[in-house]
Each structure stands twice: as C-alpha cells, then as structure tokens.
Design a binder for this molecule. Structure first.
Ligand SMILES: [Zn+2]
Length: 229
C-alpha cells in the first residue's frame, strides 16, 4: 500500500445523487477520477492490470450509510480485494491520508521457502497500533489467506505468482545497477537508474514490496532515498 493524493473538489454529481431515492455513486466522472487518483491500480493489492474494477467504500456501506456518496470514502480496487475486505474491516490505515504514513508503517517481503512456495511477510512497525494491525491482517488475508474459500485461495496464489515475477524483475535491475556502479559505467548507471525510479513510483505494480527491497539494501538505499519518502 502506498500513499495516493485524492483530487479535489469532489465530483458534483455525488451531491445530486445523494439526494435521490435510489442514487448511484458511480455517476459522472467518478470512476475516471478514481482511476487517475489511484494511478489505475488497486490500492490494496497494488496490481495494475485489473479487469474487475470496483468502486470500493473505505468505510463499508452497511455500517456507514451516511458515507456512501462521500468522495473521500470512495476508493479504486479490484473485485478480489473488495470481496476480502467486505464489511469486516472498517478501521484500517487510509492511504489517501498523508498522516497515516502507509509507506512507512508496514513492511513487505516476498520470498521462496524450501518447499518452493512463495511466502509473503507483511508486518506492522507500530505493533501497538490497532489500525495498523488491522491493515496488516487485511493485507495478509488478501495475499496469503489461511482459512478461506478455494476461490480466494486460488486468487491469492495467482496474485503471489505475479508479485514474485515482478519483484524478481526488479531485483535483476538492482543487480545490474550495482554491477554498473562497480564498473563505474555512468551511462549504464543512468539508464538503469531511470528504470528503477519508474519501478518505485506510485503507478508501478506492487510498489510497496519494491520500496522495501531498496530500503533494506544498504549498498544502494541512499541513491533512491528521496523516492521512499
Ligand atoms: Zn486488489
């Protein structure tokens, strides 16, 4: 999960729809605005090529009916993450709120275990904070559910495969970058640096995993530190 800035003001149609008996929050350009604000990616799994796009209510509709048409409560997500979150999570970190510091408060890691299965590790830095803990629980439920339906288990397996593929590509770029630095090859350094910068931007896939790889790599962390802020 990474921080996204929500554009303002709210789409005008929301206030109009709110006053109707059966108003629709997917009105006017709401979906296009969300697509832009969230860089066309699901804010929970951080996948970008999603085909089952949904407008997600950050505070669930059933418990917070007064927020159904609230612009600040509308998020961009994939159907899978929306279904995992359902009504069960109403107190999680808000990635559109800079003060919630989602980029820093949760760590992400994917690795291959001895049984050749991918293992995702998502942890809270603020272990005594309930909201951060809830967010970690939700993210683990999405990435690596323990007790879930077969549909969700398969979906999360497919997600892990994608993350691993993407992260491995990223690690290749880092290795090439370190190689170029050792060779003092400035042209190569600059070329790969641009690719790594793009991979660390909000609009890339699975950015949080990549940012933590950089943050924990002392050799090159300083070269990209400004992108982790
Ligand atoms: Zn998702």
């Amino acid at each position: 999960m990474v921080h996204f800035e929500k554009s303002q003001p709210a789409p005008e149609c929301l206030a109009i729809e709110k006053d109707k008996k059966n108003g629709n929050y997917n009105c006017g350009n709401v979906l296009e605005r969300l697509q832009q604000d969230f860089k066309n990616k699901c804010y929970l799994c951080e996948d970008t090529d999603i085909t089952n796009i949904e407008i997600e209510h950050f505070k669930p509709k059933s418990n917070f009916p007064h927020l159904i048409f609230e612009w600040g409560n509308l998020f961009f997500s994939c159907g899978y993450c929306n279904s995992v979150k359902s009504n069960d999570f109403h107190d999680i970190l808000d990635c559109t709120n800079k003060e919630h510091n989602v980029d820093k408060n949760i760590t992400y890691q994917i690795k291959i275990e001895q049984d050749l299965k991918e293992k995702i590790s998502i942890k809270s830095i603020k272990t005594n904070d309930v909201t951060t803990q809830n967010t970690v629980t939700l993210l683990l439920e999405i990435h690596q559910p323990e007790n879930s339906t077969l549909n969700k288990k398969i979906a999360s397996q497919n997600l892990r495969t994608k993350i691993l593929e993407n992260v491995n590509n990223f690690i290749n770029y880092i290795e090439k970058y370190v190689e170029a630095k050792n060779e003092n090859d400035n042209t190569k350094i600059q070329t790969i640096k641009i690719i790594i910068q793009k991979e660390l931007s909000n609009s890339s896939k699975f950015t949080a995993f990549k940012r933590w790889i950089i943050a924990e790599n002392k050799e090159i962390c300083d070269d990209f530190i400004q992108l982790l802020e």
